[in-house]
Design a protein around this ligand. Sequence first.
Ligand SMILES: [Zn+2]
Length: 323
Amino acid sequence: MNSTISITPWLNGKRWVYSITFDEALVELHRFAVPILAEHKVPGHIEAVAGHLGVVRQIGQSSYNGFHHMSGPQMREMLAMGWGVGNHSWSHLGVNAETADLELGKAKEVLEDAIGEAITVYCSCGDNTNMNPGALAACKKFGYLGAMSITDALNRPDDDDLLWMNRTFLHEQGYGPFFSAFDPFRNIALAKRDNGWIIDYCHCPLEKAVHPNKDCSEAHLRERIETVVSEGGDEVWLARVEDAVDYRYARRHAKIEPKGNGEYEISAPDLPAQVRRRIVTLELPLKTKTVHFDGKPVTIARKNDRALANVEVSSQPRKIRID
Ligand SMILES: [Zn+2]
């Protein structure tokens, strides 16, 4: 049992996190993805090609040519349903130091104008080539908090570099040269073990997967969402990408100073201004009866053998008193 207070790895003391992304932000998501996620209260995340909003897709040899990119108003509808939006570049071509003003800078402005909200997540297009050092340095410059790669790995609360984010997939088959067949849900066990965060990767699930490495079928999307929800139960945080990003930053920057006699100060002086949700979950000594935050009582959530309370951090120190 802990005798002091600490910040839990994820919001509300959840053990692991699941997010799901849909590259290209296609209107056709309304056929299967949107209703399946809504049924299970899983928020999705669309990655929009900022230079191609509201038009029929025609980009290189894309498997999704002929599909429809969402417009600004269509993306606002997704936000209203609890989804999030990332920047999937301006052109879906190369993102690097030379092209960053357009691909990351202007794209961010245009998307923010289209949806009326800040964009803090960049989603690399193509493969991880567009996660090159020039692109990542520009992400920092333009105020992104996270850059999503395609890397078959979890994200963990204590990752050194919070900007770099892994996206794995709960697909049944991986990329060449191996094209391995594997248990698509193997990362759930790892996430439970390591307080991991799975960011799942899709484009537009239809009756049949459009591309075996980039997508799944409607049936498999249903299976994976049902598996996440049933395996996760009360232990999984079904999070919008931005919300988990914000939590990692708030937790990373929050400092708790014991002042004696059950009093503490919490502050996050270096928390980036772009972090919107600044709530952290405190794990309290089990015998705690009351918590006051800046003099006001805070609700304690009691779960199994844990006592948890949410507080909002700011640059100025705020007082926590536990009795
Ligand atoms: Zn793409």
